[in-house]
Design a protein around this ligand. Structure first.
Ligand SMILES: [Zn+2]
Length: 366
């Protein structure tokens, strides 16, 4: 279900998660620290103020836009003993513990770094914990970050808790899209949809983290409304990967196999996620420009090259190239050999560039 686009969005998802956290983490996260998402936050604030909390909320939206940040701020607000202006006070015993990560009534479950899914054991353990009385607050809050990574058995295990939630429990799920969860799970959560941020807001986040305004604007354009992705793209290694890709792709049709092999080697040693993200954003830009005539939204600094590529490309071929990039992202998510996957991708992209077919690239013919 819409898997391709979502997988594409997963590029760089890992660095986002840390990167998306505001530097205010030490004092705990407050709604006031979140950039954007005014409507969602207002709703959660009102529910907390009236103490009319649902047993479960599902915060959904593209990666890196701040879902976890909002969940953290909501959890802090729920547990705080003396909220100030609709936010956690950052001073009471609860807030201090939340900020230190030692509050006994707050737990977070997420995918282990080396795994592709959240395990059923993690959900069962969480359910047992939620069934116990709160130790310090009058609520227990559990965050399931990246609930779209719950395996189906894990979702079914979670369903039991959602069907008969312990009275004090509040579950906060974040997911890239609500549709990625089972309908039975989804329907038992209050839906909180979160949208990508406007580019100016993303740029503000980057500037606040020390980026030069011009560079921040550029990264914000490529990040498509995701501060987390923008932060992930902002490192030196990511910038090098992006530059290498934007230099190579316009000349792909005339590159020889040795040059592509060298490029694959180079990219494999650097920020591969950024390299693939830029490759995908390049083809999306070229496709959009070819179809609409508009200047590229994601790579405005490569406007002339995008325009030239759009003029000599058929949309059908660009779609196939985009597909090749998505397949490579998938393959690398399944731990394929980096160099080999990148080299195969570049050869396939070149073959499509030259005569519109992938040809015999698999056996390495150049
Ligand atoms: Zn407090």
């Amino acid at each position: 279900m819409g898997g391709r686009r979502l997988r594409l969005d997963r590029v760089g998802a890992r660095p986002h998660r840390r990167g998306g956290r505001a530097p205010t983490r030490e004092g705990g996260v407050r709604f006031a620290d979140v950039v954007g998402h005014g409507r969602a936050i207002e709703r959660l604030r009102r529910a907390a103020a009236a103490d009319r909390l649902a047993a479960a909320y599902l915060l959904s939206g593209p990666p890196g836009i701040g879902k976890r940040l909002v969940a953290d701020a909501f959890a802090a607000r729920i547990l705080c003993a003396a909220p100030v202006a609709g936010d956690a006070c950052q001073a009471c015993a609860h807030c201090t513990r939340v900020a230190a990560g030692t509050h006994p009534d707050l737990r977070t479950v997420e995918r282990d770094a080396e795994r592709r899914d959240i395990r059923i054991e993690q959900v069962r353990e969480l359910a047992r914990w939620l069934a116990l009385q709160p130790l310090m607050a009058h609520r227990k809050v559990a965050i399931i970050d990246g609930a779209h990574c719950l395996s189906e058995p894990a979702q079914n295990a979670l369903l039991k808790t959602l069907e008969e939630p312990p009275p004090s429990a509040v579950l906060l799920l974040t997911a890239a899209a609500a549709a990625l969860l089972l309908p039975t799970v989804r329907s038992r959560c209050q839906a909180v949809r979160m949208d990508p941020l406007p580019p100016e807001a993303v740029a503000r986040v980057l500037v606040a983290r020390g980026a030069a305004p011009e560079r921040a604007a550029l990264l914000a354009a490529e990040a498509e409304g995701s501060p987390g992705r923008a932060v992930a793209l902002s490192g030196d290694e990511e910038a090098r990967a992006r530059a290498a890709v934007l230099k190579a792709l316009p000349a792909l049709g005339t590159a020889d196999a040795a040059a592509l092999s060298a490029l694959a080697q180079e990219l494999s040693r650097g920020a591969v996620d950024a390299a693939l993200g830029t490759t995908a954003s390049w083809y999306r830009d070229v496709l959009e420009t070819a179809l609409t005539g508009d200047p590229p939204r994601r790579n405005p600094d490569a406007a002339a090259a995008v325009r030239a590529a759009a003029d000599r490309s058929q949309p059908a071929r660009l779609l196939r190239q985009l597909e090749v990039v998505c397949d490579t992202i998938d393959a690398l998510a399944r731990n394929a050999n980096r160099v080999l996957a990148l080299e195969t991708m570049l050869l396939a992209l070149r073959a499509l560039e030259r005569d519109g077919t992938v040809g015999d690239l698999v056996d390495g013919s150049a």
